[in-house]
Design a protein around this ligand. Structure first.
Ligand SMILES: O=P(O)(O)O[C@@H]1C[C@H](O)[C@@H](CO)O1
Ligand SMILES: O=c1cc[nH]c(=O)[nH]1
Length: 320
């Protein structure tokens, strides 16, 4: 992996944990090959207008998350952590021509926002996966760094997802294609989840665990909240549902992990989901953290992923 490091870092060797195998990014669409041009409309990129291999060919890590500001802050943080030239403050949004998503590149790390919910992340992933394919990227690891509601664990805990499950606690993602429902697996890379967990042991004061993550289509009724504009169930029913989720192994709830796991798995990307919990849903529904605490919580997955990436690049010893 030495060639993915910037010239100033070339002497730094990857450590022996570095994954050796070559793994391409697949698209599973027979129509793509016959297309003269592929316009990645929501990213404001395209195969004729941009030299995608030159721009992105060295990408090895892609980190995605809902909020544009969080993903910019993560890119700036990674810039400093990788000790790249300059302070990274003026990092450019590669997708500045559209306000749908934002994208930042710092060394071999791409940081991309995906908005909220399955439809939004799904559109972004279609175009991102095609981008990585057109750029001939290989051995790409993709990690969703997000926020979530915890179940039965302390707020601020970081959950590394072993399996993403739907609202029925099943490890599946149901994609409606034409008028069919196609069920896809939501298994994530267990080895990667374990590697991330081992990495988390080196970060003090951040409780981190591996568990199932439930992905819903909605933040309010879909997650059993009593504080939405609509609510048709009792407090007892809510608690009964969340406790059943806990017994099924669910430790947090968010809104993207099933489609993320399904699409990345089908396209040959090693994928992980790492989310901080903002509250314990057995205790409350409203998120009443102060701004500073919210910012600090959101940095927790970023710190873990930055340490993991530095380890993978063999940069940890030289930098500590
Ligand atoms: O990555 P983020 O923090 O956006 O993920 C969760 C799931 C929803 O997108 C959103 C709801 O507040 O937060
Ligand atoms: O409760 C929560 C908090 C963040 N994101 C969610 O989807 N749910």
């Amino acid at each position: 992996m030495a060639s993915i490091l910037p010239a100033s870092n070339r002497s730094m060797r990857p450590d022996k944990n570095t994954y050796e195998r070559k793994r391409s990014v697949y698209v599973k669409n027979p129509y793509l090959e016959g297309m003269d041009e592929d316009i990645l409309y929501h990213l404001d990129l395209g195969t004729k207008t941009h030299n995608l291999p030159a721009m992105f060919g060295d990408v090895k890590f892609v980190c995605v998350g809902g909020s544009p500001n969080r993903m910019k802050a993560f890119a700036q943080f990674m810039h400093k952590e990788l000790r790249l030239e300059g302070d990274g403050e003026d990092i450019e949004d590669i997708c500045a021509g559209t306000d749908r998503y934002c994208m930042f590149k710092t060394g071999p790390v791409l940081s991309v926002s995906h908005g909220m919910g399955i439809p939004s992340i799904s559109i972004m992933l279609h175009e991102l996966i095609k981008l990585l394919h057109h750029a001939h990227c290989c051995d790409v690891t993709i990690i969703r760094i997000g926020t979530s509601g915890g179940i039965g664990i302390a707020p601020g805990s970081v959950v590394i997802t072993d399996t993403a499950v739907d609202s029925f606690f099943k490890p599946r993602f149901e994609q409606v294609i034409l008028d069919n429902v196609v069920t896809r697996s939501t298994e994530l890379d267990k080895e990667l989840a374990n590697d991330l967990f081992n990495c988390s042991r080196e970060i003090p004061n951040v409780p981190t665990l591996i568990g199932h993550t439930m992905c819903t289509y909605d933040f309010y009724e879909g997650q059993g909240r009593l504080d939405g504009a609509l609510c048709s169930f009792s407090r007892e029913k809510k608690l009964d549902y969340l406790k059943r989720a806990y017994r099924a192994g669910v430790r947090n709830i968010e809104m993207e992990s099933t489609v993320f796991a399904a699409m990345c798995g089908l396209c040959g990307l090693r994928a992980a989901v790492v989310c901080v919990t903002l509250l314990d849903r057995l205790e409350s529904d409203q998120i009443n953290l102060s701004h500073d605490v919210l910012v600090e919580y959101q940095q927790r997955p970023q710190l873990l992923i930055s340490n993991f990436i530095k380890k993978q690049l063999g940069l940890c010893d030289q930098m500590s």
